[in-house]
Write a protein that binds this ligand. Structure first.
Ligand SMILES: *Cc1c(COP(=O)(O)O)cnc(C)c1O
Length: 389
């Protein structure tokens, strides 16, 4: 039996037509009208003038760090509850992550804890931007908060922290395209340095694979485009830095443009899933819905239920039950400090992360989930938790 998947692409719009246009026009590579249109749409959605599209969300983050001059001997503070791409991008930029716990209230980076750690462990950097770590001598240059499940952050608090300690802010908004900060502010207009998106197949908007950086500073976008386009200068084979071929193709962008035409309906479907699963959670004393952001809105990339009881063996039993009932349910992100490559990383205590990740149950949330599939998921969920007494 085919299980109901967690999140698969919804390609029932203009995708095929725009792909056909790529083939007929021969614009299948990294230059083309859809690349330009997609960049313009992402910039507009982010409240900035310019964006640079790239080949993945991981690369978008890496390019944001490198474009901001972050690299060797630098530290970037980030939450441990995220997809491994956040820490990989920091590592690819040759910097190192400094892992911080998240809050129990909304699962995003604990900014009070960040502030305490910065005050205790770092001092001003007389030689330039950021803060010097007293023990290692490394320079804390940036903070990279993650919009977990597409939920907004307290952007005012993030930028206040960044101002206090002279830090750059790179937002991992991988699954938060179309999201809004407090007072309906677009993500790129919040005072952060860069907003990075992913268009991987499981995200709300997909290009098959791809990513983008949106930034208020046009020079940063220019540097990123230079880095992703082999550092080429002029029309001949002249290159002024060791750079990358990290561009998005017109084929990927064609899918993205078609997807964005339906962004509103995708976001509505995601919000409806969140409301549906929150209603189910409300029926059982041991369950809670996924949290709402303290400030701003969520794009509800993933929603589901959260177990708040004491018997952790129930969690494995629930996963097994759902899979038997034809619903793909697995563990969500294992925190980064528990991952082999990052086990020795600088990190805070992790009481919230350590407990949280095994209690999260992301339920199916493809934007074209049918009524019958929703009923199958909610019926199986209710059946399990009713039987727990
Ligand atoms: C998907 C995702 C990424 C990375 O995106 P890719 O396009 O897969 O490289 C980064 N961070 C978070 C939080 C994500 O969910």
């Amino acid at each position: 039996m085919q299980k109901i998947p967690q999140a698969i692409p919804n390609l029932n719009g203009d995708e095929a037509e725009l792909l056909q246009a790529c083939i007929e026009s021969t614009f299948v590579s990294s230059v083309g009208p859809f690349v330009t249109e997609f960049e313009d749409r992402i910039a507009a959605l982010s409240g900035v003038d310019q964006a640079a599209v790239v080949c993945s969300g991981t690369v978008a983050l890496q390019m944001a760090f490198e474009g901001l001059g972050i690299g060797q001997n630098d530290l970037v503070m980030m939450p441990s509850l995220t997809f491994i791409a956040t820490s990989n991008a920091i590592s690819h930029a040759r910097a190192q992550p400094w892992l911080v716990d998240v809050t129990a209230e909304n699962w995003t980076i604990d900014l009070d804890l960040c502030r305490r750690l910065i005050l205790i462990e770092t001092e001003p950097n007389p030689a330039g931007q950021g803060r010097i770590h007293r023990v290692t001598g490394q320079v804390l240059r940036a903070i990279a908060p993650v919009m977990v499940m597409g939920a907004s952050l307290d952007f005012a608090a993030v930028t206040a922290l960044a101002r206090e300690f002279d830090l750059r802010v790179v937002v991992d908004a991988a699954a938060a395209i179309g999201g809004q900060a407090q007072n309906d502010t677009a993500l790129g207009a919040t005072g952060v340095d860069a907003v990075c998106y992913s268009f991987n197949g499981n995200k709300t908007v997909t290009c098959g694979g791809g990513g983008a950086v949106a930034a208020a500073d046009p020079d940063l976008i220019k540097r990123i485009k230079h880095l992703t386009t082999t550092g080429r200068v002029g029309g001949n084979y002249d290159h002024d830095v060791i750079a990358y071929n990290f561009r998005m193709t017109n084929v990927q962008a064609a899918i993205g443009v078609a997807q964005l035409r339906r962004l509103d309906s995708f976001l509505q479907a995601k919000a409806a899933h969140h409301a549906m699963y929150s209603d189910v959670a409300a029926e059982f004393a041991d369950l809670a819905p996924f949290p709402e952001p303290a400030k701003g809105q969520s794009t509800y990339w993933f929603s589901g239920v959260y177990y708040k009881g004491d018997d952790m063996s129930v969690c494995d039993a629930f996963r097994a039950h759902m899979n038997e009932a034809g619903v793909d349910l697995r563990l969500f992100w294992k925190p980064i400090h528990l991952q082999t490559p990052y086990a020795a990383c600088m990190k805070s205590d992790m009481p919230v992360c350590d407990d949280l990740w095994k209690r999260l149950f992301p339920l199916p949330c493809s934007t074209h989930l049918t009524e019958a599939e929703m009923t199958q998921v909610t019926t199986a969920t209710r059946a399990f938790w009713s039987a727990q007494g």
